[in-house]
Design a protein around this ligand. Structure first.
Ligand code: NDP
Length: 504
């Protein structure tokens, strides 16, 4: 590789070089084998420890978004099936899971965690086939985090009294959990692991477009010997989700997804005693000061918005660059965009995989067209896309104003809206100018400025000189229309217990 152009640029008081690489070799893909996964033709519901045909008699296809090929057909749970799953979960709770000593529950959860590790390559391939995310992300990010969450919460199962000193925490009962398609197995882990650790039983509704890993997980729970009914899966679309969240015998609802559906669930539960946590959308501000480590910040921005095709609730989708480095930073970012490899998610070198569904692709296209119509300037690097499947070229917009739809609405795709600011106060004001409040990022070499910004940005998580860092011990959740309640860490246990007995 030889530098094609070398341009010296003055950045404030700093000199920097923009180097555009010229790649002279021909690319050879490195494809992950799918032999490790056996996808069945048809999947049933998982209720009371066994696979059951849906009483609804209905099935829906799940497809590979990278090829548009049907992978399998999956049972659609109707209200009667949801009733059966909730009934099984209630019976399993009453029969003993809710009263089992934490040290015993922990054994099951540790066993599940180990089995996830053992089958992690298979689960990663399945996640990529069903959802379109690059294999390097499902293999190196999602699966290690999934196992880590089960290990982490298994560790809490026999220490709950230390998590809430002075109180005796008790399980709530049956948890109805509805998860989205962007991190199917990871969102399952965030919800199922703390629920089981605290002695609750679960009925899970995975997203319609990504049900397969939840069903594989169900198989793991059965092999781990988890008592029947403790974990159940009802597959289906929004109606199945609504039947679960509105079920009278569910004690706690946990939802991750769109703000729109979050609001529907909130009104569905109004007036009931059900506990609710909502993890909804985001429009995170990623703020770059002129004293930031520029190369690292470029990587942080790329990770912030192009990781998982931008299908990330905490994606850094609004970039604020300090005015005196704006043009320089944008040029560097454009050069970096041109090096992103878009295409086959099973290729281990792919950076940006397939868009999860045709519906999501249409939503991204609509918002990008709105950005152009409203007067922002679009940049897309030259990029060859596969002829089949759902794809979107990594895109950035400059000249974006605060009122543009692309600065206000969650696009949930590989699209970045870039704006500028002059002072820290202006950065805060612009960063907070959104109905959301899930996450934010700051890049600067001044520690005091990081703290000053973090105090003022209305976001559940503020990353400093990094982005998209997750740990099971660290709580995650939003403010405003990004929802309420925290998942992860000790805080994540709180959603699944009631405190009885007062101070012991
Ligand atoms: P949804 O909020 O519709 O989907 C999330 C989950 O809720 C899915 O399992 C879905 O089922 C289920 N669901 C849908 N309607 C209901 C209902 N009335 N009651 C209970 N559960 C329901 O998100 P979409 O998939 O439609 O995506 C739309 C937009 O939402 C995206 O473009 C993105 O902006 C945002 N989004 C945000 C996510 C986040 O993590 N914050 C995650 C996913 C999407 P089904 O799969 O069948 O629709």
């Amino acid at each position: 590789m030889e530098p094609e152009t070398t341009e010296k640029t003055q950045v404030g008081t700093r000199k920097a070089e923009v180097v555009t690489p010229r790649i002279e070799w021909e690319y050879a893909p490195s494809r992950e084998s799918t032999d490790i996964v056996e996808v069945a033709d048809r999947y049933e519901l998982f209720i009371d420890g066994e696979y059951r045909k849906p009483k609804s008699g209905k099935y829906f296809p799940t497809i590979n978004p990278a090829t548009e090929e049907e992978l399998a057909e999956v049972a659609e749970a109707g209200p009667e099936d949801v009733d059966a799953a909730v009934e099984a979960a209630r019976a399993a709770f009453e029969d003993g899971w809710g009263r089992m000593p934490g040290s015993e529950r922990a054994k099951y959860i540790f066993r599940i965690a180990r089995m996830i590790q053992e089958r992690s390559r298979e689960l990663a391939v399945l996640e990529t086939l069903d959802g379109g995310k690059p294999i390097k992300e499902s293999r190196d990010v999602d699966l290690p985090q999934v196992a880590a969450n089960f290990f982490y919460y298994a560790g809490w199962a026999d220490k709950l009294e230390y998590a809430f000193p002075g109180f005796r925490p008790e399980p709530l009962g049956v948890a109805g959990q509805v998860i989205p398609w962007n991190f199917p197995l990871l969102m399952l882990a965030w919800k199922v692991a703390p629920a089981l650790a605290t002695g609750n039983t679960v009925v899970l509704k995975p997203a319609e477009t990504t049900p397969l890993t939840a069903l594989a997980f169900a198989e793991i729970t059965a092999e781990a010997g988890l008592p029947p009914g403790v974990f159940n899966v009802v597959t289906g679309a929004g109606e199945t989700g609504a039947a679960l969240t509105g079920h009278p015998d569910v004690d706690k609802v946990a939802f991750t997804g769109s703000t729109e559906v979050g609001k529907l669930i909130q009104s569905q539960l109004a007036g009931t005693e059900k506990r609710l946590t909502l993890e909804l959308g985001g429009k995170a501000a990623h703020v770059i000061f002129d004293d930031a480590p520029i190369d690292q910040a470029i990587e942080g921005v790329v990770n912030g918005i192009f990781f998982n095709q931008g299908h990330v609730c905490c994606a850094g989708s609004r970039l604020f660059v300090q005015e005196n480095i704006h043009d320089f930073f944008v040029d560097k970012l454009k050069a970096r965009l041109a090096t992103l490899r878009v295409g086959d998610p099973l290729d281990k070198n792919t950076d940006v995989g397939a868009i999860n569904s045709r519906q999501q692709l249409e939503k991204i296209r609509e918002l990008v067209e709105a950005g152009v119509e409203e007067g922002a300037e679009i940049y897309q690097p030259p990029c060859e896309l596969p002829s089949q499947g759902y794809w979107f070229v990594p895109t950035l917009f400059t000249g974006v104003s605060q009122s543009h739809r692309i600065a206000q609405e969650e696009i949930f795709g590989p699209v970045l809206s870039i704006m500028s600011f002059r002072t820290p106060a202006e950065a805060v004001e612009k960063a907070n100018n959104t109905p959301y409040g899930l996450s934010a990022g700051v890049w600067t070499s001044k520690g005091s400025r990081i703290l000053w910004m973090a105090d003022r940005m209305k976001a559940g998580v503020v990353w400093a000189n990094t982005y998209n860092k997750f740990d099971p011990a660290s709580p995650f959740g939003g403010y405003k229309e990004s929802g309420f309640g925290r998942e992860g860490g000790r805080h994540g246990l709180l959603n699944y217990v009631k405190h009885t007995g007062g101070r012991s």
